[in-house]
Design a protein. Structure first.
Length: 380
């Protein structure tokens, strides 16, 4: 049976970044991926947001640190992440039946600034200068200028490449079936092999983590799977997005891809079968996304739909923040899951904190809010 100090389970952005951090401090580390790198929520088309705007307050220390790390990743990893900082405008209408929430903006901005996140309220006159063409209903925006986007599969593969260069070993097509706890942790693999971790195991397999916790520790983690439906439309001549756009009331996020297409997301799920791992397009979600786009950016009304993607599921928690904690009663296993559709931006900071915890034995302060206990699961 092979023995290693640290095992990371999951070849998404959180797992590969954690393996890179561990290897960078001289740890003996193996990463196991059941399929291929970036084959889950860390893959797929388009771009992902790297944002502080609109975050749960408990995530702000993590995202502040992540925004410090993102600009230097290409140089550190020696491979492109596709990161670019173009700012986020979160758009708010005049109050409509109490749901728009623009009255809360001063309080939101104060809380974000207190956490070290640069942001400001932008009124309509200046909004037209920052992003021409926004629909008339929008009266205010919160501008977070340090937000950006990146290429999620490219970032995941860049972390993996850099981890290998630091001495980590990555095994794709190697599923973990069970963890057997003891003085060390033994991982039973679908290949029939067994692998012993003498120090720590980091479970960052996202969709597989609840099953592994149930089968290995008898822990039921209350998560569900959701595949956000993403739509790509053709941008008409002269249409340019100077920023990412978000519209909280419409659950709409708008980004420009490297190919000049307009990408629509925002959290609305399409159909998803958790047993087969297959997604299906929901026509009603598509219609709503196009209608919301037309209301937000009238120049894109009637834009040609180029593609709809619903192939990648994420796991969600009831309070929509992740679980990053030690397994209750067994601190040799750390867990990072439940990203709720917005964990990509946090990954560099989460990996830094997880590696520190695994190597030094002390939970970093930035991870304190993300416990099992808050979800009704016992805590160490």
């Amino acid at each position: 049976m092979e023995t290693v100090e640290y095992v990371v389970v999951g070849g998404g952005v959180a797992g590969t970044a954690t393996a890179w951090r561990l290897a960078g401090r001289g740890a003996d580390v193996v990463l196991l991926e059941a399929d291929e790198l970036a084959s889950g929520a860390s893959g797929g088309p388009g771009r992902r947001g790297v944002r502080a705007g609109g975050r749960d307050l408990r995530e702000l220390p993590l995202v502040r640190r992540a925004l410090e790390l993102w600009p230097g990743l290409d140089a550190e990893l020696g491979a492109p992440t596709g990161y670019r900082r173009n700012g986020l405008l979160s758009l708010y209408d005049v109050e409509i039946a109490g749901v728009s929430g623009w009255q809360s903006l001063p309080a939101r901005v104060q809380a974000q600034r207190a956490a070290g996140v640069r942001c400001e309220i932008v009124e309509r006159e200046r909004l037209d200068d920052l992003q021409p063409g926004i629909g008339d209903e929008v009266r205010f925006a919160v501008h977070t200028p340090d937000d950006g986007t990146a290429d999620h599969p490219a970032t995941t593969r860049a972390f993996a490449k850099a981890a290998v260069e630091r001495g980590a070993r990555i095994r794709e097509h190697t599923a973990v079936t069970k963890l057997v706890p003891g003085d060390t942790v033994t991982l039973e693999l679908a290949t029939g092999e067994r692998l012993r971790a003498t120090r720590k195991v980091i479970l960052a397999a996202n969709r597989s983590t609840p099953r592994l916790l149930a089968d290995s520790f008898g822990i039921s983690l209350p998560l569900w799977e959701k595949a956000t439906q993403i739509t790509f439309v053709a941008a008409p001549p002269g249409c340019t997005l100077n920023h990412q756009l978000g519209h909280p009331r419409r659950s709409l996020s708008v980004k420009m891809t490297d190919e000049g297409q307009v990408m629509l997301s925002g959290g609305r799920p399409g159909g998803w079968n958790p047993v087969t791992g297959a997604g299906t397009t929901d026509p009603s979600v598509l219609r709503t996304a196009l209608s919301d786009l037309a209301a937000t950016l009238p120049a894109l009304a009637g834009a040609e739909v180029l593609a709809v993607d619903n192939s990648r599921a994420d796991t969600s928690t009831i309070d929509l923040i992740p679980v990053v904690d030690a397994v209750p009663g067994f601190d040799r296993v750390l867990v990072a899951t439940g990203w709720s559709g917005h964990g990509f931006a946090l990954a560099p900071a989460v990996a830094e904190a997880l590696a520190s915890w695994a190597l030094d034995g002390t939970r970093p302060e930035v991870l304190q809010p993300f416990t099992f206990a808050r979800l009704g699961v016992g805590s160490v």
